[in-house]
Design a protein around this ligand. Structure first.
Ligand SMILES: [Zn+2]
Ligand SMILES: [Zn+2]
Length: 469
């Protein structure tokens, strides 16, 4: 069954067909690097990482871009609080991002652009919008004129008037319409700044994603993903800027994940229930955090609590025990084939995929995973001997499921970082060979095998690098 995704632009579940066959251009909104990322942000990172893995396992080449916002009000305020420069702050929390994301098994993006490295592209896009009559200069600021773009509101599904009444807007006399938003902000004392045709200043937040997405992936891309809190104004504004400049569709599938609640309450600093992925990692294993995040459909809200995480932890243990029993059960090739078990496993693979094809329903896929674990447990209980064909098939299913969900192998990977370098290099060459032949499933299996030995791969334009974690 082919993959379908719920497109927030059309409000319908649609068949996913990339613009270019076999290739997916995927942009995911990344963190503002002013602090450790919080548990709410961990959800889109994990969910869209898993969607990317599934697409790769299905044979797509995925160009996955996730940006770092390294200049905005929060960056400037925090850097001042800590008495360091904005680039220093960004460097510190980009490093922290990778520490947490790597530990959570989040595959590194194909590109991780920093907004401040794209100032010329941003300025060029603003110039283009002014020239086309979609933006205006007010003092040293530049604003996008929402009334000039007839499609404004098409993602949020609201008219300008509805949006206006629902939004908290600061009255600003320089704006022609209260919803007009800053593309460029004039420099204030002590702030980082860049040169522009409108004087010294810095880019607004929304423009960076449009500029980087178009520069790296092209004017029209397949998927743009983020949390549902980004629908308005961020993604609405991204569409307006990009499409007003190019007159082409900016993104073909907009997908957003639901909110994360903490003990059924909205997470907020004032409630004191605001915590970071790093704090969560101290209390729970990374695989359990992933199992929890993927345990609900990505568009549903989820509630993070000690109980739900403990439940995920015991789920992980159940899978690991199953694998341990499966590995240690004695082999007996003379046993009759376990045809019932084998057809169950064949079914597991197709049911697992069918769930993911249905708007990436990871909850359904995890259900299949646990039903399969239960069936395997029945076959390996009481020290029974196993037909090796069954064992292999069962292991193949579990490692396939893990290559997409990342809910099994990671903890072991961190515990056992021992493999001779030469063997690693050989495996990396074998993986590159498999990728050249477009055998992405095989390539992913090798990557996974390396990960289980604590080796993390990073694909760079100069080839694959690896490191031990
Ligand atoms: Zn975005
Ligand atoms: Zn963005």
């Amino acid at each position: 069954m082919p993959l379908t995704l719920f497109n927030d632009l059309t409000r319908e579940k649609e068949l996913f067909e990339p613009l270019e066959p076999g290739k997916v251009k995927f942009y995911s909104c990344g963190p503002t690097v002013y602090d450790y990322f919080h548990i709410g942000n961990a959800r889109p990172f994990i969910v869209f990482d898993s969607l990317r893995r599934y697409m790769e396992a299905s044979g797509y080449e995925v160009i996955y871009v996730q940006n770092f916002t390294d200049i905005d009000d929060k960056m400037i305020t925090r850097a001042a609080q800590l008495g360091i420069s904005v680039p220093e702050l960004a460097g510190r929390f980009v490093d922290a991002y990778y520490e947490d994301a790597d530990a959570l098994g989040i595959k590194r993006p194909s590109f991780s652009p920093m907004a401040t490295a794209f100032i010329p592209e941003i300025v060029a896009l603003v110039v283009r919008l002014i020239e086309r009559g979609h933006a205006y200069v007010a003092g040293g600021d530049v604003y996008f004129e929402v009334a000039s773009f007839p499609g404004y509101g098409k993602l949020a599904k609201q008219s300008l008037d509805d949006l206006l009444s629902g939004a908290r807007i600061e009255i600003d006399e320089r704006k022609r319409h209260p919803l007009d938003f800053a593309l460029w902000k004039a420099k204030k004392d002590g702030e980082p700044f860049w040169q522009s045709p409108w004087g010294e200043g810095r880019p607004g937040w929304h423009i960076e994603c449009s500029a980087m997405s178009m520069k790296i992936l092209g004017e029209t891309i397949d998927i743009h993903a983020g949390g549902s809190d980004l629908v308005f104004p961020h993604h609405e504004n991204e569409i307006a800027q990009a499409e007003a400049a190019t007159e082409k569709p900016f993104v073909r599938y907009w997908i957003h994940n639901g909110y994360i609640l903490i003990d059924q309450e909205k997470m907020s600093k004032s409630l004191g229930n605001f915590f970071t992925a790093r704090e969560a990692r101290k209390r729970f294993s990374s695989v359990a955090i992933r199992l929890f995040m993927l345990g609900a459909h990505y568009r549903s809200p989820i509630s993070f609590s000690d109980d739900s995480l403990k439940q995920a932890e015991s789920g992980v243990t159940r899978i690991k025990n199953c694998i341990a029993d499966l590995s240690s059960a004695p082999s007996d090739a003379s046993l009759p084939l376990n045809s019932e078990g084998e057809s169950f496993l064949d079914n597991s693979v197709s049911r697992f995929n069918a769930s993911l094809d249905d708007d990436f329903n990871t909850a359904g896929a995890i259900g299949v995973l646990f039903e399969t674990v239960k069936m395997i447990n029945l076959s390996v209980s009481n020290g029974m001997s196993l037909n090796p064909v069954f064992r292999q098939k069962a292991m193949d299913f579990l490692s396939y499921a893990d290559s997409i969900l990342g809910v099994i192998g990671l903890a072991d990977a961190i515990e056992d970082p021992s493999a001779p370098d030469e063997e690693i290099d050989n495996l990396i060459s074998a993986r590159e060979e498999a990728r050249k032949k477009r055998n992405f499933a095989r390539a992913d299996t090798i990557r996974h095998e390396l990960a289980s030995r604590g080796i993390v791969l990073e694909d760079t334009p100069l080839g694959t690098r690896w490191k031990k974690i």
